[in-house]
Design a protein around this ligand. Structure first.
Ligand SMILES: [Zn+2]
Length: 295
Protein backbone atom coordinates (compact mmCIF):
# COMPACT_ATOMS: atom_id res chain seq x y z
CA UNK A 1 0.00 0.00 0.00
CA UNK A 2 1.25 3.44 -0.88
CA UNK A 3 0.28 6.31 1.33
CA UNK A 4 -1.36 9.12 -0.65
CA UNK A 5 0.27 12.50 -0.91
CA UNK A 6 -1.86 14.73 1.28
CA UNK A 7 -0.48 18.18 0.53
CA UNK A 8 0.28 20.91 2.98
CA UNK A 9 -1.41 20.96 6.38
CA UNK A 10 -1.31 23.87 8.81
CA UNK A 11 -3.03 24.75 12.05
CA UNK A 12 -5.74 27.37 11.57
CA UNK A 13 -6.23 28.61 15.10
CA UNK A 14 -4.00 29.20 18.08
CA UNK A 15 -5.19 30.19 21.55
CA UNK A 16 -3.21 31.43 24.50
CA UNK A 17 -4.12 32.69 27.94
CA UNK A 18 -3.29 36.30 28.78
CA UNK A 19 -4.00 37.00 32.44
CA UNK A 20 -7.75 36.58 32.74
CA UNK A 21 -8.29 36.85 28.99
CA UNK A 22 -8.01 34.31 26.19
CA UNK A 23 -6.56 35.34 22.84
CA UNK A 24 -7.21 33.27 19.71
CA UNK A 25 -5.46 33.98 16.43
CA UNK A 26 -7.38 32.58 13.45
CA UNK A 27 -5.93 32.03 9.98
CA UNK A 28 -8.43 33.55 7.54
CA UNK A 29 -6.22 32.51 4.64
CA UNK A 30 -2.94 32.91 2.85
CA UNK A 31 -1.66 33.69 -0.60
CA UNK A 32 1.64 33.79 -2.40
CA UNK A 33 2.15 37.18 -3.99
CA UNK A 34 4.47 38.00 -6.82
CA UNK A 35 7.12 40.67 -6.43
CA UNK A 36 8.78 41.58 -3.16
CA UNK A 37 9.91 44.87 -4.73
CA UNK A 38 8.33 47.42 -5.15
CA UNK A 39 5.86 46.42 -2.40
CA UNK A 40 8.72 46.27 0.11
CA UNK A 41 11.59 48.68 -0.30
CA UNK A 42 9.28 50.91 -2.34
CA UNK A 43 11.83 53.75 -2.14
CA UNK A 44 14.85 51.45 -2.64
CA UNK A 45 16.28 49.87 -5.76
CA UNK A 46 15.12 46.45 -6.87
CA UNK A 47 18.74 45.27 -6.66
CA UNK A 48 19.05 46.37 -3.03
CA UNK A 49 15.86 44.55 -2.06
CA UNK A 50 16.90 41.44 -3.98
CA UNK A 51 20.28 41.48 -2.23
CA UNK A 52 18.62 41.73 1.17
CA UNK A 53 16.20 38.92 0.35
CA UNK A 54 19.12 36.74 -0.72
CA UNK A 55 21.04 37.51 2.47
CA UNK A 56 17.99 36.41 4.47
CA UNK A 57 17.52 33.22 2.38
CA UNK A 58 14.23 34.42 0.93
CA UNK A 59 13.12 34.51 -2.70
CA UNK A 60 13.33 37.97 -4.22
CA UNK A 61 10.36 37.57 -6.54
CA UNK A 62 7.52 36.32 -4.27
CA UNK A 63 6.43 36.11 -0.67
CA UNK A 64 3.61 34.64 1.34
CA UNK A 65 0.96 36.88 2.86
CA UNK A 66 -1.19 35.51 5.69
CA UNK A 67 -4.38 37.08 7.04
CA UNK A 68 -4.91 36.66 10.77
CA UNK A 69 -7.93 38.12 12.55
CA UNK A 70 -7.76 37.75 16.33
CA UNK A 71 -10.42 37.06 18.92
CA UNK A 72 -10.08 38.24 22.53
CA UNK A 73 -12.40 36.84 25.16
CA UNK A 74 -12.20 39.08 28.22
CA UNK A 75 -14.61 36.88 30.15
CA UNK A 76 -17.34 39.46 29.73
CA UNK A 77 -17.00 40.32 26.04
CA UNK A 78 -15.87 38.49 22.92
CA UNK A 79 -14.03 40.97 20.72
CA UNK A 80 -12.97 40.17 17.15
CA UNK A 81 -10.21 42.24 15.59
CA UNK A 82 -10.63 42.48 11.81
CA UNK A 83 -12.67 40.16 9.63
CA UNK A 84 -10.41 38.83 6.88
CA UNK A 85 -11.20 38.76 3.17
CA UNK A 86 -14.75 37.42 3.28
CA UNK A 87 -16.47 36.00 0.21
CA UNK A 88 -14.10 37.71 -2.25
CA UNK A 89 -11.23 35.76 -0.66
CA UNK A 90 -12.98 32.45 -1.15
CA UNK A 91 -13.30 33.28 -4.84
CA UNK A 92 -9.53 33.30 -5.24
CA UNK A 93 -8.89 30.76 -2.47
CA UNK A 94 -6.74 33.28 -0.59
CA UNK A 95 -8.96 33.60 2.45
CA UNK A 96 -12.45 34.18 3.74
CA UNK A 97 -12.37 31.15 6.03
CA UNK A 98 -12.64 33.07 9.31
CA UNK A 99 -16.17 32.06 10.25
CA UNK A 100 -15.73 28.33 9.67
CA UNK A 101 -12.39 28.38 11.48
CA UNK A 102 -13.89 30.32 14.38
CA UNK A 103 -16.32 27.44 14.77
CA UNK A 104 -13.44 24.98 14.79
CA UNK A 105 -11.87 27.13 17.52
CA UNK A 106 -15.04 26.90 19.61
CA UNK A 107 -16.94 30.08 18.72
CA UNK A 108 -20.06 30.83 16.73
CA UNK A 109 -20.28 34.11 14.79
CA UNK A 110 -23.34 34.98 16.90
CA UNK A 111 -21.16 35.01 20.03
CA UNK A 112 -19.04 37.97 18.89
CA UNK A 113 -19.97 41.06 20.93
CA UNK A 114 -17.67 43.59 19.27
CA UNK A 115 -15.92 43.70 15.91
CA UNK A 116 -13.00 46.14 16.19
CA UNK A 117 -11.33 47.22 12.95
CA UNK A 118 -7.70 48.28 12.80
CA UNK A 119 -8.41 49.92 9.45
CA UNK A 120 -10.52 49.84 6.32
CA UNK A 121 -8.46 47.86 3.79
CA UNK A 122 -10.23 44.95 2.07
CA UNK A 123 -8.41 42.12 3.87
CA UNK A 124 -9.63 43.57 7.19
CA UNK A 125 -13.24 44.47 6.37
CA UNK A 126 -14.12 41.96 3.63
CA UNK A 127 -15.64 39.53 6.13
CA UNK A 128 -18.04 42.03 7.75
CA UNK A 129 -20.92 40.92 5.56
CA UNK A 130 -21.95 37.46 4.32
CA UNK A 131 -24.79 37.00 1.83
CA UNK A 132 -25.85 40.60 2.29
CA UNK A 133 -26.21 40.35 6.07
CA UNK A 134 -23.85 41.16 8.94
CA UNK A 135 -21.49 38.19 9.37
CA UNK A 136 -21.43 38.73 13.15
CA UNK A 137 -25.10 39.51 13.68
CA UNK A 138 -25.04 40.43 17.37
CA UNK A 139 -21.93 42.57 17.30
CA UNK A 140 -21.46 46.26 17.64
CA UNK A 141 -18.40 47.73 15.94
CA UNK A 142 -15.42 49.91 16.76
CA UNK A 143 -13.17 51.82 14.36
CA UNK A 144 -10.99 54.91 14.58
CA UNK A 145 -12.89 58.12 13.93
CA UNK A 146 -10.13 59.39 11.63
CA UNK A 147 -10.17 56.12 9.70
CA UNK A 148 -13.92 56.15 9.17
CA UNK A 149 -14.04 59.82 8.25
CA UNK A 150 -11.05 59.43 5.93
CA UNK A 151 -12.67 56.70 3.85
CA UNK A 152 -16.08 58.38 3.81
CA UNK A 153 -14.74 61.78 2.74
CA UNK A 154 -12.11 60.28 0.43
CA UNK A 155 -9.91 63.29 1.11
CA UNK A 156 -6.75 61.41 2.14
CA UNK A 157 -7.33 58.25 0.13
CA UNK A 158 -4.69 57.73 -2.57
CA UNK A 159 -5.88 57.01 -6.14
CA UNK A 160 -4.68 53.39 -6.01
CA UNK A 161 -7.24 52.77 -3.25
CA UNK A 162 -10.30 53.68 -5.33
CA UNK A 163 -11.67 50.13 -5.36
CA UNK A 164 -10.84 49.73 -1.66
CA UNK A 165 -12.86 52.87 -0.98
CA UNK A 166 -15.81 51.49 -2.95
CA UNK A 167 -15.75 48.36 -0.80
CA UNK A 168 -15.49 50.40 2.40
CA UNK A 169 -18.46 52.58 1.40
CA UNK A 170 -20.47 49.48 0.57
CA UNK A 171 -19.72 47.60 3.78
CA UNK A 172 -19.07 50.00 6.64
CA UNK A 173 -21.35 53.09 6.60
CA UNK A 174 -24.49 50.89 6.56
CA UNK A 175 -23.37 49.67 10.01
CA UNK A 176 -22.89 53.21 11.36
CA UNK A 177 -25.68 53.05 13.95
CA UNK A 178 -23.83 50.25 15.70
CA UNK A 179 -20.32 51.74 15.43
CA UNK A 180 -18.31 53.25 18.29
CA UNK A 181 -15.88 55.77 16.84
CA UNK A 182 -12.54 55.66 18.61
CA UNK A 183 -9.93 58.26 19.44
CA UNK A 184 -6.45 57.09 20.50
CA UNK A 185 -6.59 56.05 24.16
CA UNK A 186 -10.28 55.10 24.04
CA UNK A 187 -11.30 51.73 25.43
CA UNK A 188 -13.11 49.21 23.25
CA UNK A 189 -14.07 47.23 26.34
CA UNK A 190 -12.25 47.27 29.72
CA UNK A 191 -8.69 46.05 29.15
CA UNK A 192 -8.54 46.89 25.43
CA UNK A 193 -7.36 50.33 24.37
CA UNK A 194 -6.90 51.93 20.96
CA UNK A 195 -3.34 53.06 20.12
CA UNK A 196 -2.66 55.63 17.42
CA UNK A 197 -0.81 53.93 14.57
CA UNK A 198 -1.64 56.10 11.56
CA UNK A 199 0.16 55.84 8.23
CA UNK A 200 -0.60 52.41 6.80
CA UNK A 201 -4.01 53.99 6.39
CA UNK A 202 -5.21 57.43 7.35
CA UNK A 203 -6.50 56.48 10.80
CA UNK A 204 -5.03 53.01 11.36
CA UNK A 205 -5.24 51.85 15.01
CA UNK A 206 -3.36 49.26 17.00
CA UNK A 207 -4.94 47.83 20.15
CA UNK A 208 -3.31 47.18 23.51
CA UNK A 209 -4.83 44.21 25.32
CA UNK A 210 -4.03 44.00 29.04
CA UNK A 211 -5.19 41.66 31.78
CA UNK A 212 -3.77 40.90 35.22
CA UNK A 213 -0.32 42.29 34.40
CA UNK A 214 -0.03 40.56 31.00
CA UNK A 215 -0.32 42.37 27.71
CA UNK A 216 -0.17 41.95 23.97
CA UNK A 217 -0.20 44.68 21.34
CA UNK A 218 -2.33 43.84 18.31
CA UNK A 219 -0.46 45.94 15.79
CA UNK A 220 -2.62 45.32 12.73
CA UNK A 221 -0.61 46.36 9.68
CA UNK A 222 2.08 48.45 11.35
CA UNK A 223 4.51 45.94 9.82
CA UNK A 224 3.37 43.75 6.92
CA UNK A 225 6.28 41.34 6.57
CA UNK A 226 8.27 39.74 9.36
CA UNK A 227 11.58 40.32 7.60
CA UNK A 228 11.27 43.19 5.15
CA UNK A 229 9.26 45.56 7.31
CA UNK A 230 10.53 44.58 10.77
CA UNK A 231 14.21 44.32 9.91
CA UNK A 232 14.10 47.32 7.58
CA UNK A 233 11.33 49.49 9.09
CA UNK A 234 12.64 52.57 7.31
CA UNK A 235 11.91 51.03 3.91
CA UNK A 236 8.71 52.42 2.49
CA UNK A 237 5.97 49.90 1.76
CA UNK A 238 3.69 50.02 -1.27
CA UNK A 239 0.66 49.08 0.82
CA UNK A 240 1.11 52.10 3.13
CA UNK A 241 -1.24 54.90 2.14
CA UNK A 242 0.90 57.61 3.82
CA UNK A 243 4.35 56.11 3.39
CA UNK A 244 6.41 58.57 5.42
CA UNK A 245 3.99 58.52 8.32
CA UNK A 246 3.84 54.72 8.22
CA UNK A 247 7.64 54.55 8.52
CA UNK A 248 7.55 56.86 11.57
CA UNK A 249 4.78 54.81 13.17
CA UNK A 250 6.56 51.53 12.45
CA UNK A 251 9.81 52.79 13.99
CA UNK A 252 7.95 54.14 17.06
CA UNK A 253 6.03 50.94 17.70
CA UNK A 254 8.96 48.62 17.03
CA UNK A 255 11.10 50.69 19.40
CA UNK A 256 8.37 50.51 22.06
CA UNK A 257 7.92 46.75 21.62
CA UNK A 258 11.67 46.09 21.78
CA UNK A 259 12.22 48.40 24.77
CA UNK A 260 9.36 46.94 26.83
CA UNK A 261 9.73 43.28 25.70
CA UNK A 262 6.13 43.60 24.62
CA UNK A 263 4.30 40.65 23.11
CA UNK A 264 2.92 41.63 19.72
CA UNK A 265 0.44 40.05 17.36
CA UNK A 266 0.49 41.19 13.75
CA UNK A 267 -2.21 40.52 11.17
CA UNK A 268 0.41 39.64 8.54
CA UNK A 269 3.06 38.03 10.74
CA UNK A 270 3.68 34.30 10.15
CA UNK A 271 0.88 32.30 11.76
CA UNK A 272 0.14 32.17 14.66
CA UNK A 273 1.43 35.71 14.30
CA UNK A 274 2.41 36.34 17.90
CA UNK A 275 5.94 37.17 18.93
CA UNK A 276 8.38 39.68 20.27
CA UNK A 277 10.61 42.35 18.76
CA UNK A 278 14.34 42.47 19.39
CA UNK A 279 16.77 45.15 18.35
CA UNK A 280 19.19 44.22 15.57
CA UNK A 281 21.68 46.06 13.39
CA UNK A 282 19.87 48.76 11.36
CA UNK A 283 16.48 47.62 12.58
CA UNK A 284 14.72 44.93 14.55
CA UNK A 285 13.98 41.24 14.41
CA UNK A 286 10.64 39.47 14.80
CA UNK A 287 11.02 36.61 17.26
CA UNK A 288 8.10 34.17 17.12
CA UNK A 289 6.59 33.37 20.49
CA UNK A 290 7.81 30.02 21.79
CA UNK A 291 5.55 29.56 24.81
CA UNK A 292 7.13 32.45 26.72
CA UNK A 293 3.56 33.59 27.31
CA UNK A 294 2.59 30.20 28.71
CA UNK A 295 4.85 30.35 31.77
ZN1 LIG B 1 -3.69 44.01 5.78
Amino acid sequence: MTAPLLGEARPTHHRFVLGGFEVTAVLDGRSVRQGVHPTFGHDRSEADVAAYAKARHLPADRYEAVFVPTLVNTGSALVLFDTGLGAMGRGSGAGGFLRERLREAGYAPEMVDVVALTHGHPDHIGGLVEDGAPAFPNARYAIGRAEYDGWVSGAAIPPNRATSRELFLKLVPPLAERIDFLEPGDSVVPGIEAVEAHGHSVGHMAFMVESAGKSVLLWGDVANHCVFSVERPQWQVGFDDDKARAVATRERILDWAASDALAVLGFHMPFPSVGFVERAADGYRFVPETNRLAV
